[in-house]
Design a binder for this molecule. Structure first.
Ligand code: DAT
Ligand code: MG
Length: 155
């Protein structure tokens, strides 16, 4: 089992898409183990996107991400990081495949609705940033788990 961080960005919240976006992950079989809506502090957002600090879009990205409420979601599942990224689609909504969140709901590269951690190290760092301080992730096992994962699956 792996955990990853998803953010529903301010455009997703403002457009009333939080429920539909969360539903994509839930119905896929990923388990929500953390959930919070906040207007996150600029310092936290700067740290979250620190790897992009030198990029020309960094300032506007930070402005956008602090412009309104964001929903932070911690998801758990087998290969949760890659599965989540695949459900999100390519960064630019105009290029994202139909059926993905960005492909179905967006037309922009910056207003692209969702963030998802891109690897185990960023997932650990980002989960700590958004949930670590409160220690508020929840360990639980859905009762339908045995119908999501087949214990006889090979590798
Ligand atoms: P992703 O969110 O798909 O992991 P990324 O890590 O390359 O994409 O970039 C982080 C965010 O920065 C992205 O979700 C939207 C914004 N961004 C990326 N490229 C951009 C560009 N060329 N112009 C404006 N914003 C951009
Ligand atoms: Mg990224």
């Amino acid at each position: 089992m792996e955990r990853t961080l998803v953010l529903v960005k301010p455009d997703g919240v403002q457009r009333g898409l939080v429920g539909r976006i969360l539903q994509r992950f839930e119905t896929k079989g990923l388990r929500v183990v953390g959930l919070k809506l906040r207007r996150f502090p600029e310092e936290l957002i700067r740290e979250h996107y620190a790897m992009h600090a030198e990029r020309p879009f960094y300032a506007s990205l930070v402005r956008f991400m602090t412009s309104g409420p964001v929903v932070a979601v911690a998801l758990e599942g087998e290969n949760a990081i890659a599965v989540t990224r695949n459900l999100m689609g390519a960064t630019n909504g105009q290029e994202a495949a139909p059926g993905t969140i960005r492909g179905d709901f967006g037309m922009s590269v910056s207003f692209n609705l969702v963030h998802g951690s891109d690897g185990p190290e960023s997932a650990a760092k980002e989960l700590k940033l958004f949930f670590g301080a409160d220690g508020d992730l929840v360990d639980w096992t859905p009762t339908l788990e045995s119908w999501v994962y087949d214990q006889d699956d090979q590798g």
